[in-house]
Design a protein around this ligand. Sequence first.
Ligand code: SAH
Ligand code: MG
Length: 213
Amino acid sequence: MERKQVQSYLQALFVEELAGQQNVPERLAKHGLPQISVPKEVGKLLYLLVKISGSKRILEIGALGGYSTTWLARALPEKGSILSLELKEEHIQLAKQTVEDCNLSSKVNFRSGDAGENLAYLRDQGEKFDFVFIDADKPNYLKYLQMALEITNPGALLVTDNLLLNGRIFNDEDQNPSAVSVRMVNKWLAEEPRVESLLLPIGDGVGLARVKE
Ligand code: SAH
Ligand code: MG
């Protein structure tokens, strides 16, 4: 059984994108940006996780073209909202377009700048979220997860993308900062007493952690 075959099967059978989401690859290409949005089936997973958890206040770290943002936002109830932290103003402009194309603008806000700084700001403001999706600079993942614990309610979900790093985590000779960080994050997710978690081998590996009461 090939991973590619499984992926195509899941995408064909279980995923229905909005027209506004279908525009994202072209929008990224036009601006010379990499195609590193979550794959469609991970988008659907994010959507289901938001619905199943009944989350109303979502924090996203890493928006790029807004593809994952729209999957999360699609699942929100009437009064739900998502705040997306994105380093690059240019990406925010593209993500805003995507959100608008999907008619989801009323639920989505962006905050530009470094996520570490913005997380500290949100913590100092006493903000609380019930769902955090982390998909940005890999070397800072552990910091983001630890800060996420400070701005979430008990029972919150912490969802982290790219925890298989395309298989690089299995090659111990790969000491690149991203590989080192993701290995450390997986161990942390497995052992940290404040969460219960699992790494789902879907897409590039999606970490699922629930903050304990
Ligand atoms: N979640 C998106 C893909 C995100 S790609 C999707 O699936 O559609 C990673 C994004 O993280 C890029 O847009 C990059 O600019 C952003 N990023 C990188 N370092 C960051 C930082 N320190 N703070 C906030 N965002 C950062
Ligand atoms: Mg990713």
